[in-house]
Write a protein that binds this ligand. Sequence first.
Ligand SMILES: Nc1ncnc2c1ncn2[C@@H]1O[C@H](COP(=O)(O)OP(=O)(O)O)[C@@H](O)[C@H]1O
Ligand SMILES: [Mg+2]
Length: 219
Amino acid sequence: MNRIVVLNPKGGSGKTTIATNLASYFASQQQKPVLMDFDPQGSTLRWVRKRQPTQPPIHVIAAFEKDPRTTRSFQLRVPVGSTHVIVDTPAAVDPRLLPELTRDARKIIVPVLPSDIDIHACSRCIRDLLLVAKIRREHDRIGVVANRIRRHTLTYQSLIRFLETLGIPIVATLRDSQNYLRAAELGVGVHEMKSYIVREDVEEWRPLIQWLEVASGGC
Ligand SMILES: Nc1ncnc2c1ncn2[C@@H]1O[C@H](COP(=O)(O)OP(=O)(O)O)[C@@H](O)[C@H]1O
Ligand SMILES: [Mg+2]
């Protein structure tokens, strides 16, 4: 199973946006993605429920709910034939939970906004992934998505320098775009919107999708 975890302990960095848009992309490619929502705010769950019957289906699992009537593994089971499991995580996730959350992840996406506070939170998150979850850099499983970026700004330049020092690749750079807000309201992703409106955004997803397709080590 192709498991992709979207993770960053900072709220508002774009985890749900990336998880839902990825699921939408795979669904639009006739794949069978599953979204697993570990965030008690349930934004991903709500997004899936907004989808129309005419749109390709995306199975969602409310992993944040604890159901005492069933076992955890039964609650988290994915339908037969699923192609991808995309895991959306909450803010302030306890580093001690990282090994479990990331154990079977083929890829871990860390979205980060270009601000000092966010860069700091991102560095802690990557440190925890390397030291607590014991993910090896050379396995190419961790990728950063620089989100809501205005290129040519100083904070963006410092984000790039900072990631270079960590040796973690920036696998996509997404601009600040109203299309993500519109997509969130409609229960779609940019890949399902009219191409002349989202051309620039869709283009920015290309390197991320390519990186996801490359096999990674250690998993
Ligand atoms: N690239 C972007 N351009 C514009 N708005 C964005 C972008 N990425 C995220 N947002 C908006 O920022 C807010 C927080 O994003 P969200 O994905 O919910 O973050 P998280 O899940 O990390 O808390 C949402 O309103 C979302 O629509
Ligand atoms: Mg979220």
